[in-house]
Write a protein that binds this ligand. Structure first.
Ligand code: F0G
Length: 446
């Protein structure tokens, strides 16, 4: 059961099918452009959508809005140091700024950055700075039904290949995304993180986590094997293997806005801090208010509670189980923050060039007022490289929806699966040159 009770409620919107039809057409068949007031269950993202606790709301009241040196920063710094073990803590207003600060500082034209799978903003930040983002996840990650417990793991042989191809001087750092969002929210094992760490040490290449969902990743290590003890100890052990991290606290920070870079390297931290002052703000607030730092520090503590994690991960697993029981094709095993529908198997009659995952995303909205997110060709095939997977991510916000909300979503998915032959593909009518999925417009293929 939920390890919390509800103090404040928010009414959710209900719409008619005609309203949803009109909203889809107006949005250019892109759910990013649909107003939230027309969405009944919003599973677009688990990012920045968490419900804060009473303690976090209380934390807002002790915000100290001094330009420099607010107490909230010191509490935040102490919390991040204790959780990660990293010395330098640089607040940012969200994860992609942390990435931007890191890559504008370390990347040179033509550098290669390996990761298990880069998240879209990470890839875009690397490419925008003239680098090449290379995905080195294990092959099983691309097989949606390979039921392996740590499907987010890095294939170290693929790191060897990048090294052999481009040489050590062209690899400014190795990243590891925990959990691996773009590959299904799959965890990385402690053992694998250790191997990556040893590889990086052997070649004197810095090792940095993209650690947005670090607590969920640690919990998986506890329940799927590989690590024992308190979640905070497992987390600390993970971080001890690397040189730093970029974090969007909009996930496991349990806040609506916030992020940070944490590092041990003093010189790199200094360079990044100088850049921070240029684009975000003074080093003791980043792009945030003092009260936001206080709520983030509190959220980072709460996320380590094992009861919270058992409910959180358990809720997503139950949601996946209900879909599996209805025969709906999913990425298995179910990951930490979302269920990923496998659109290639759901809609085998829609060719990849007609964006089956986007077609399914639109159908979910039309049928049930549910908003999911395409992670497939629309997101990744900008330069003609079609991704292996066509997924629809149904991300579960933290502490927001109850089991009956997710049962409703599962029932709509099952209905669409029964009626799948009637769904049609889409074609693009407008696209931007970077991160096109946010603003693209499409139309149905008739
Ligand atoms: N890295 C990962 C693994 C992410 O999942 C995200 C965001 C970011 C970096 C960037 O963080 O949004 O705070 O700038 N993921 C969100 C999502 C947007 O929906 O998965 P941000």
């Amino acid at each position: 059961m939920e390890p919390f009770k509800i103090k404040t409620v928010e009414t959710i919107p209900f719409t008619t099918r005609a309203e949803r039809e009109a909203a889809l057409a107006e949005s250019g068949y892109n759910v990013f452009s649909i107003p939230a007031r027309l969405v009944t269950i919003d599973l677009l993202t688990d990012s920045g959508t968490s419900a804060m606790s009473d303690q976090q709301w209380a934390a807002l009241m002790v915000g100290d809005e001094s330009y420099a040196g607010s107490d909230n920063y010191y509490r935040f710094e102490e919390t991040v140091r204790r959780i990660t073990g990293y010395e330098h803590v640089i607040p940012t207003h969200q994860g992609r700024v942390a990435e931007n600060l890191l890559f504008t500082t370390v990347l040179k034209e033509g550098d290669h950055v390996p990761n298990n799978i880069h998240f879209d903003t990470t890839q875009a930040n690397i490419e925008h700075n003239g680098g090449v983002a290379v995905n080195c996840v294990i092959d099983e990650a691309y097989d949606p039904i390979a039921d392996v417990p740590f499907k987010g793991n890095m294939d170290v042989a693929k790191l060897d290949k990048v090294l052999a191809d481009v040489g050590r001087d062209r690899i400014p750092l190795v990243m590891l995304t925990i959990t691996n969002n773009s590959g299904g929210g799959q965890p990385v094992s402690l053992e694998n993180a250790r191997e990556v760490s040893q590889w990086c040490r052997r070649h004197s290449i810095p090792f940095i986590y993209d650690a947005c969902r670090f607590a969920e990743n640690a919990y998986f290590n506890k329940v799927r094997g590989g690590a024992d003890g308190a979640i905070s100890d497992i987390v600390r052990e993970f971080f001890s293997l690397a040189d730093g991290c970029t974090v969007s606290a909009k996930k496991d920070g349990l806040v609506n806005m916030g992020g940070f870079v944490a590092l041990n390297n003093h010189e790199l931290a200094t360079q990044i801090t100088n850049m921070l002052i240029l684009i975000e703000g003074f080093p003791t607030y980043g792009g945030l208010a003092g009260r936001d730092l206080e709520a983030m520090a509190q959220g980072l503590e709460e996320v380590l509670d094992e009861r919270y994690l058992a409910h959180r991960i358990g809720q997503v697993q139950q949601f996946g189980q209900r879909l599996t029981d209805a025969g709906v094709p999913l990425v298995l095993p179910v990951g930490g923050h979302a269920v990923y529908l496998d659109a290639k198997r759901f809609l085998p009659h829609i060719p990849q060039e007609q964006f089956p995952a986007q077609a399914l995303t639109c159908a979910l909205y039309l049928e049930g007022g549910i908003r999911g997110c395409e992670i497939g060709g629309l997101m990744f095939a900008m330069h003609g490289d079609w991704p292996e997977l066509e997924l629809v991510r149904l991300a579960v916000p933290r502490r927001v929806y109850t089991r009956s909300h997710l049962d409703y979503v599962a029932d709509i998915c099952a209905k669409l699966y029964r009626e799948r032959d009637s769904l049609r593909g889409l074609r693009i009518t407008y696209e931007a040159t970077v991160l096109r999925h946010f603003t693209a417009r499409l139309e149905p293929v008739v």
